[in-house]
Write a protein that binds this ligand. Structure first.
Ligand SMILES: Cc1ncc(COP(=O)(O)O)c(C=O)c1O
Length: 341
């Protein structure tokens, strides 16, 4: 049941927490030489969590290793989770459930105003279908009622249901990004480079909370900047991260890590709304596809990429030698946004 974690990088308190094996670890840490040259900035690196090994990859694989181990240990046979129509979390959950033989229900809310038919048929939506997930498309205003009906229906059929919150973001899921931070510390030490700055897309908050908690637990000096792509009011994101950090320090006392940790987020790349690509995001996606042969998505990782480029151009990272962009995945949604390009 437990996956083969590398004993040399995993703190003992974390090694004791059960995981199922879903991904390919460690994900590569690769240089971005052509982008670095183009921007005349610090050395740029990409942590390839888009190559996590599960169904086109992404940041949810790390969280699901902990969450689905907990589900199985509790005797669950059915997983219910939540997201937007093109949720990457939902797609990775559907794939993981297929792999583990669990029934998977995805409650997807129509919260993004994107009209092209591909948005409702292609990308993650197509993959959910291939993985045999039961997809429930819900309007926002009927969400609570339909959710209650679906859960009641499953209980009536005697299903042992385990619910995973949107984005896999709770204290347990966030442990996935403690491990990511451990990998980064290990990889940068092995390459004899300093781990100075991390930048990544932030939404349901467990990626950022896990990284922050991991940095504190491992005595890392790295600075972590989350790019808000989801919350119209960025203080909501900060509060969510604070809450997760509080729960993590409570649930994992053996980490000896307090919840009072610095949280840095930037809201300048959010644009009009969640799920609406900005011009800078689309330009960044094109630029890095041509320069580095990498695929970023227009909802999450592309906005983080646009932020990285702008922060370098503004000189905000000039004090650093190395900047790591965590590629959290999402390219599975590119075909849903075909009309944006
Ligand atoms: C591709 C991608 N990047 C980043 C994120 C944000 O991660 P988190 O929800 O843990 O903040 C998500 C989450 O939905 C995602 O799908």
């Amino acid at each position: 049941m437990s996956s083969p974690i590398q004993p040399n990088i995993t703190p003992p308190w974390l090694e004791a927490i059960p995981r199922v094996h879903l991904g390919h670890w460690p994900t590569p840490l690769e240089p971005l030489p052509r982008l670095t040259k183009e921007l005349s900035g610090p050395k740029l690196w990409v942590k390839r969590d888009d190559c996590s090994g599960l169904a086109t990859g992404g940041n949810k694989t790390r969280k699901l290793e902990f969450l689905l181990a907990d589900a199985i240990n509790q005797g669950a046979d059915t997983i219910v989770t939540y997201g937007a129509v093109q949720s990457n979390h939902a797609r990775q959950t559907a794939a993981a459930c297929a792999k583990l033989g669990l029934e998977c229900h995805l409650l997807l809310s129509q919260r993004v105003d994107w009209d092209h038919p591909s948005y409702r048929e292609n990308g993650n939506v197509l993959f959910n279908k291939l993985f045999g997930a039961k997809v429930h498309l819900l309007e926002l205003d009927e969400f609570e009622q339909r959710q209650a009906e679906i859960l009641a229906g499953l209980h009536a059929k005697n299903k042992q249901v385990y619910q995973i919150p949107s984005g896999g973001s709770n204290a347990l899921g966030a442990l996935g990004y403690v491990l990511c931070l451990a990998e980064l510390e290990f990889q940068t030490k092995a390459m004899n480079i300093s781990l100075d700055q991390i930048i990544h897309a932030s939404a349901s908050a467990a990626t950022q909370a896990g990284l922050i908690f991991g940095a504190a637990a491992l005595n890392s000096n790295v600075e972590i900047l989350g790019i808000n792509v989801f919350h119209p009011d960025p203080t909501t994101l900060t509060t969510r991260i604070e809450n997760l950090l509080g729960k993590m320090s409570q649930h994992f006392p053996d980490s000896k890590t307090s919840a009072d940790l610095p949280i840095n987020i930037n809201h300048a790349y959010f644009g009009e709304a969640y799920g609406k690509p900005t011009t800078a995001c689309l330009e960044a996606i094109n630029m890095v596809a041509e320069l580095e042969g990498l695929l970023f998505d227009p909802v999450y990782s592309g906005k983080a990429l646009a932020a990285l480029i702008d922060q370098i151009n503004l000189g905000n990272f000039s004090q650093h030698e190395n900047v790591v962009l965590i590629h959290t995945g999402g390219a599975a949604s590119l075909s849903a946004y075909v009309d944006a390009f």
